[in-house]
Design a protein around this ligand. Structure first.
Ligand code: MCN
Length: 760
């Protein structure tokens, strides 16, 4: 099934925020701090007024906007308050003033004419400095099982420190907002993953009743986690529209996106694993520290990365004992936010490197060590040593399927031959669990009171028998208009092209949480499933009246209702719907008119999906460039709603994972200045860096989820960095190099001495 949204998007008929043009619309641009830490002394806008089209300039004191101050309950949390416009900017690029003009170009010119006097303050730019200063935003610890016993009785203990640089989500469409105030109510079009969360944040910050705020997510050109947050810029643009009584637009530039949007990952993990002589893993310890930047991000807070890494780290292995500490520290850098694979990517990287190190130290094959440790299918549900309840899975089978797909023995043979020729070839395996489909229980459990965890949909059978769905769940490219329509079409027996899925709009759709955490297939699939189930009795009752039969004798099939045993005594869904909206006299008074159901659904998640990735890499010894001739994924997300979409998700996510492993890095210098402010400096994978993927599927249904479905949208980004890192580590092992940090920069691998065939 091809994606139904694509023809419109590919013809350029998509409607993104920047395509929204309103009468009398003004344009905003931000004045940003060039210092990572300073106090604003004076803002001089005198000469800016001469620019044609300049309308107004506002500084920190001029707009009444409450700070963004997300909270989590449960201890270990130090709150922050992110001001909409900063008096004391805490990272390079933080907004200190906003200008409004009649065009985006005029606004940019005005920004250049604004003089700001700063009192420059000392900046803390590294994780170690922040730890020394005890600038801790979040700390939590946990211990389960006999950790000390495991380490005391171990045959082997491996200790290593792993680190991950800063990344950025880099959606092709940057952030953007259009806000319109009609004198009573605010309408905001935003490139967002979370319209309901943004609505509440806007209402709170501007002290408006929620009913007077409407947030619409039109087409969104990628989010990857970045757009699940609410940012100061969103609040400022809305406040400007209200203040000026005119619509205001702000579209982020790429430079702003690289400098001042949330960034991701930066983390260090000190990890230890205890193993028996046969390679069985007995116990784990980890201390995870994230450089969370200047503020807690709204609504997730800085807990997300370190908590996610620490808790997922044991992955799909049988380890019984585990102690962890998760810490987020504050530095003068942009806040850390969600990016596809949050926490799980680093967890998988650390665990998969540890498993390989155990294999190397014991002289075992990495595949064999995994075989000896993977949770067997019959042990599910399995409670991990961090307390996560894995509902289902079959990793031993997925591993064998992946090994067979690459012809693992053949590949190892080819590797040995390549080494004899002096080539640096490596093979890396990664197995990971993916936390998906979370409902309210997970968010309450983490103390995240700003995220509801619930999703909702209205399904309306139109008077002509077509179906319209309005959901709380926007799409940023995941193809929800197709997969939601598929579920509805299947359940109601109508052709797919008769189902229309509307863009998320809090003004017309019910409220929810948003698209993140690979919750879509489970939560919105569940929501529309329940909604269609709720419509069935009414459809049957209406058909029974029209057919003069008993409702229990009515069979719904292929968009028609017929009397059991008499397929020719039938009415179409269109005839039934017409009767629902314009009831014929024969219908009687007891059936309410209309044919529509609105359902709020709390996914009974999490459900854990997972995959096995195997990468083969070859390293150019002179330049350090890594190429990937083979890449195999065996993915298990339960039954596939749409295999084309699932495979597309795997492709996109693995490409991002390859970028994360080898190329992408946000670099701040020691003073906190951004050095990667353009796409000439921030390296992304290009078509030539990407292998042909070989994908296999395994379908282990989730027992508690509607249709057995599990999410998978982040998986590739979790598995690929670990698989590529293990493969590069394997390639460079004969040179005595260790791989403990991501990204693995080409310059760190370049100019290796040639292999000496004798050493192979
Ligand atoms: N699907 C399916 N069968 C399954 C599981 C999923 O057909 N068994 C389909 C779903 O119906 C949906 C897609 O695969 O169309 C992804 O589903 P799911 O794993 O539930 O993830 P979400 O819908 O919640 O999407 C979020 C996830 C995340 S967390 C990030 S980040 C991400 C991602 O998806 N950002 C993306 N994929 C992205 N893809 C694009 N193009 N752009 C982004 O910003």
């Amino acid at each position: 099934m091809k994606r139904v949204e694509d023809p419109r998007l590919l013809r350029g008929q998509g409607r993104y925020v920047d395509d929204i043009v309103l009468p009398r619309m003004l344009h905003a641009a931000f004045v940003r701090s060039p210092h990572p830490h300073a106090a604003v002394q004076r803002i001089d806008a005198v000469t800016a007024r001469d620019i044609t089209g300049a309308i107004a300039v506002f500084g920190p004191a001029d707009l009444a906007i409450a700070d963004l101050a997300p909270r989590v309950s449960g201890g270990g949390f130090t709150p922050t308050a992110w001001p909409a416009l900063a008096r004391e900017p805490r990272f390079c690029g933080e907004a200190v003033a906003v200008v409004v003009a009649t065009s985006a170009c005029a606004a940019a010119d005005v920004v250049e004419r604004i003089g700001v006097d700063y009192d420059v303050r000392p900046a803390c730019t590294t994780l170690d400095e922040a730890l020394r200063a005890d600038a801790v935003l979040f700390r939590r610890t946990q211990r389960r099982g006999d950790v000390e016993g495991a380490f005391d009785h171990a045959h082997l203990v491996v200790r290593e420190t792993f680190s991950h640089g800063r990344l950025t989500a880099l959606p092709l469409e940057p952030r953007g907002v259009v806000a319109d105030w009609d004198g009573e109510a605010l309408t905001v079009w935003a490139s967002t993953q979370t319209p309901s969360i943004m609505r509440r944040a806007l209402a709170t910050a501007l002290e408006l009743p929620q009913a007077r705020v409407r947030v619409i997510a039109p087409d969104v050109g990628g989010g990857f986690g970045l757009k699940m947050h609410v940012f100061p810029e969103d609040l400022v643009v809305a406040a400007l529209a209200r203040r000026l009584g005119r619509p205001v637009k702000w579209i982020e530039t790429r430079r702003e996106n690289l400098a001042a949007a949330a960034q991701a990952r930066e983390q260090r993990v000190e990890a230890e694993v205890a193993a028996a002589a046969d390679g069985r893993l007995l116990g784990l310890k980890s201390r995870v520290v994230s450089d969370a930047g200047a503020y807690h991000i709204y609504p997730l807070t800085a807990m997300l990365e370190p908590l996610g890494t620490a808790s997922i780290l044991p992955g799909p292995y049988l380890t019984a004992a585990y102690a962890w500490e998760a810490i987020a520290v504050a530095t003068h850098k942009p806040p850390l936010g969600a990016y596809r694979g949050v926490g799980m990517t680093m967890g998988a990287f650390v665990m998969e490197r540890l498993v390989d190190l155990v294999a190397t130290r014991l002289g075992l094959d990495p595949a064999e060590v995994r075989r000896r440790n993977l949770i067997p299918r019959e042990s599910y549900p399995h409670v991990s040593p961090s307390g996560l309840r894995y509902d289902s899975g079959d990793f031993p089978k997925a591993l064998e399927q992946a090994l067979a797909a690459v012809d693992y023995d053949g590949l190892r043979h080819a590797q040995r031959e390549a080494r004899v020729q002096g080539r640096a070839v490596g093979i890396g395996i990664a197995c990971y669990t993916e936390y998906t489909g979370m409902g309210s229980e997970v968010f309450r459990g983490r103390g995240m009171d700003d995220v509801s965890g619930v999703e909702a949909a209205s399904v309306r059978v139109e008077p002509d028998g077509g179906v319209r769905c309005a959901t709380s769940f926007p799409s940023q490219g995941q193809g929800h208009a197709t997969t939601i329509a598929q579920v509805v079409a299947d359940r109601l027996g109508v052709p797919l092209e008769r189902v229309r899925v509307e863009p998320a709009d809090t003004g017309v759709a019910p409220l929810g949480s948003g698209t993140f955490g690979s919750r879509g297939a489970v939560s919105i699939g569940g929501t529309v499933t329940v909604a269609t189930e709720r419509l069935r009795p009414k459809i049957q009752a209406l058909a029974a009246r029209l057919l003069e039969a008993s409702a229990s004798d009515v069979v719904l099939e292929d968009g028609r209702a017929h009397v059991r045993g008499f397929p020719q005594r039938a009415v179409t869904l269109a005839e039934i719907a017409r009767a629902a909206y314009a009831p014929p006299a024969a219908l009687g008074p007891e059936l309410e008119p209309g044919l529509e159901a609105t359902v709020y659904f709390d996914p009974p998640g999490p459900t854990f999906s997972g995959a096995v990735h195997i990468a083969m890499v070859e390293l150019d010894i002179e330049s350090g460039r890594v190429t990937i001739p083979r890449y195999v994924v065996v993915e298990d997300c339960g039954p596939l709603v749409n295999p084309t979409i699932v495979e597309g998700q795997i492709h996109g996510a693995v490409v991002q994972g390859i970028g994360e492993a080898l190329l992408e890095r946000v670099v701040h210098d020691a003073a906190g200045q951004l050095l990667t402010g353009t796409l000439m400096d921030y390296a992304l994978p290009k078509a030539g860096d990407v292998p042909m993927f070989e994908i296999g599927h395994l379908e282990t249904p989730a027992p508690a989820m509607p249709g057995g479905i599990k999410g998978m949208g982040e998986g590739g980004t979790i598995g690929a960095p670990a698989a590529v890192a293990n493969a590069v580590a394997d390639a460079v092992a004969p040179f005595g190099l260790a791989i403990t940090a991501l990204p693995i920069a080409a310059e760190s691998l370049a100019r290796l001495p040639r292999y000496s065939p004798r050493k192979v």
